[in-house]
Ligand binder design. Structure first.
Ligand SMILES: *[C@@H]1O[C@H](CO)[C@@H](O)[C@H](O)[C@H]1NC(C)=O
Ligand SMILES: *[C@@H]1O[C@H](CO)[C@@H](O)[C@H](O)[C@H]1NC(C)=O
Ligand SMILES: *[C@@H]1O[C@H](CO)[C@@H](O)[C@H](O)[C@H]1NC(C)=O
Ligand SMILES: *[C@@H]1O[C@H](CO)[C@@H](O)[C@H](O)[C@H]1NC(C)=O
Length: 184
């Protein structure tokens, strides 16, 4: 019974992959035909709030050793940060940034970010860009790499220019301006 079910599934899968001969779990490799790409510029502000009763960023892990009081090396933070059109958190909400930032600078304040920026407005509603990069937060202006995307941003590549608009190093709260160039 189980065997015939498995066989039935293989048949279904092979039929579904009718365009490519079935070789188990992969198709024949074919030349990739590139399609013309577009470039889109995005501009928004990200609100990263650690303080208060409803933080958008929470520390989920940190080293179990005593270090200098201002040393966050090894901290892992999960975020769900609102993205707005203006620096005011009450300006129009256009999406959110979900992911992790990890404090990876041993001697300087530096993060490595693993973040999906998802949009919920206009043409890119439901689409997102994937950012995986080092984030040198001690510099007011810095650059992150866009390594992929979903929806209209499928197969995206690009870069984001960041500028700290507001930062409180006591609480860890920050508002950061993003100017992103996406090729997709
Ligand atoms: C954290 O470090 C202290 C002191 O070294 C140790 O007693 C404690 O068991 C550690 N906790 C965990 C969860 O590893
Ligand atoms: C951390 O604290 C030490 C000692 O107070 C100071 O010398 C250093 O500049 C501080 N580093 C940062 C990134 O604030
Ligand atoms: C965005 O897409 C969702 C899901 O398709 C839809 O429910 C929502 O109304 C859309 N929002 C805007 C502003 O278009
Ligand atoms: C940073 O936050 C602390 C605690 O809420 C506050 O006392 C301080 O004024 C803030 N500093 C700036 C520059 O906003």
């Amino acid at each position: 019974m189980e065997k015939s079910l498995t066989l039935a599934w293989i048949l279904v899968l092979c039929t579904a992959m009718a365009v490519a001969p079935c070789r188990g779990y992969y198709s024949d490799a074919k030349p990739y035909v590139p399609v013309p790409k577009k470039v889109t510029h995005l501009h928004f502000f990200m609100h990263d709030t650690i303080s208060g009763k409803h933080p958008s960023a929470v520390v989920v892990a940190h080293p179990n050793i005593t270090t200098a009081s201002n040393d966050t090396f090894g901290f892992v933070v999960v975020i769900d940060d609102p993205l707005t059109v203006g620096p005011d958190v009450n300006s129009k909400l256009i999406g959110n940034a979900q992911g992790l930032w990890v404090s990876t600078g041993r001697d300087v304040a530096c993060l490595t970010v693993y973040i999906d920026f998802g949009f919920m407005e206009g043409e890119f509603n439901g689409s997102s860009i994937s950012v995986f990069s080092r984030n040198t937060i001690e510099e007011t202006e810095r650059e992150l790499a866009v390594v992929g995307g979903r929806g209209k941003f499928r197969m995206a590549q690009g870069y984001a220019h960041l500028k700290t608009y507001y930062a409180n190093f006591t609480t860890g709260d920050a508002i950061v301006e993003y100017k992103v160039t996406v090729i997709h």
